[in-house]
Design a protein around this ligand. Structure first.
Ligand code: C5P
Length: 293
């Protein structure tokens, strides 16, 4: 029995909030509502935050945040986990409570969907805990009301995402599942709204991604230039990743500042992580794999 499960108290349920990675992100146009129409291939890492919860008989919803990045995050009503819990309870018209504990392993405001993945994990966990079923369209609407990436995080499978983030299409790219992936964050938080606001409004074309090669050659992240203008260290992360042995591709995820690299082998992944950690002990560096689900 795994250690964490052995520690679970009776009636406690656990969900992983898998890190989201945009293998490519094409911004097509600014919409009248202020959001941007985008096309993105989302994959999910095996790494993530951990959300645990049990029923509170007094009907209260409470949240405690712990873990390496807990100090960056408020556990109050603005926390996306709390917002998700309140939105779900409102929709199902229940008065059940929950005691939730979020272990924040992922850096905050870092382009790998931490908050969105936490919100989606909260919806999944509370549906199980409160034993509610909800129509998929309604669930997606609740998810979208919490954030553009939350609908995709509900399933946490590889998918093409378009619209503002709500048009989802499952995608299979041969060889991608299980691929070794390194996530690197240089310790600067960036505001998603600010980075989208810095996009130069040039539509550089649609995203086509049926195989990895096409994704590498024709894919891009249109938010890299505005993110690098705000946080030039992102350029240093990308060149560090691209100079590693066995890199299939390296790019920024979301609005940054986290960048990722995919590797041909586990051995190359470990060697890259070791050498980057030596050169940059202050960077957050996580060795993981692309989820196969
Ligand atoms: O939806 P979410 O709250 O995650 O988005 C944060 C901010 O990112 C939005 O307020 C908006 O400024 C920007 N954004 C955007 N276009 C998207 C998604 C997010 O402009 N498709």
């Amino acid at each position: 029995m795994p250690h964490v499960e052995a520690e679970c108290r009776a009636g406690e349920l656990v969900e992983t909030a898998f890190a989201k990675v945009n293998l490519a992100l094409h911004v097509r146009k600014r919409r009248p509502d202020g959001y941007h129409a985008l096309e993105s291939l989302f994959v999910f890492a095996e790494a993530g935050d951990r959300l645990a919860g049990h029923v509170r008989p007094d009907g209260m919803i409470s949240l405690r945040v712990e873990g390496p990045f807990a100090q960056m995050l408020d556990a109050g009503p603005d926390n996306l986990v709390m917002k998700a819990a309140c939105a779900l309870r409102f929709h199902v018209g229940k008065e059940d409570g929950a005691a939730l504990v979020l272990t924040k392993n992922l850096p905050v405001a870092s382009g790998i969907g931490g908050g969105s993945a936490d919100a989606a994990a909260a919806l999944r966990l509370l549906m199980r805990l409160w034993d509610v079923s909800i129509a998929p369209e309604t669930l997606e609407q609740i998810a979208l009301s919490l954030g553009s990436d939350v609908p995709a995080c509900l399933s946490s499978v590889t998918q093409m995402v378009s619209g503002r983030g709500e048009v989802l299409q499952r995608q299979t790219i041969p060889g991608l599942a299980g691929m070794p992936m390194l996530l690197v964050n240089p310790g600067v938080g960036v505001s998603t709204a600010r980075i989208f606001g810095g996009w130069d409004q040039v539509d550089r074309g649609a995203l086509a991604a049926s195989d990895l090669r096409q994704l590498v050659e024709a894919g891009r992240n249109d938010l890299e230039p505005p993110a690098m203008a705000v946080a030039p260290v992102i350029g240093e992360v990308l060149s560090g990743l691209r100079s590693c042995e066995g890199v299939a591709m390296a790019r920024m995820s979301g609005s940054g500042a986290t960048c990722f690299a995919l590797f041909d082998t586990e051995r190359d992944l470990v060697a890259a992580a070791t050498s980057l950690r030596e050169g940059h002990p202050q960077w957050w560096i996580a060795e993981t794999r692309i989820r196969s689900a």
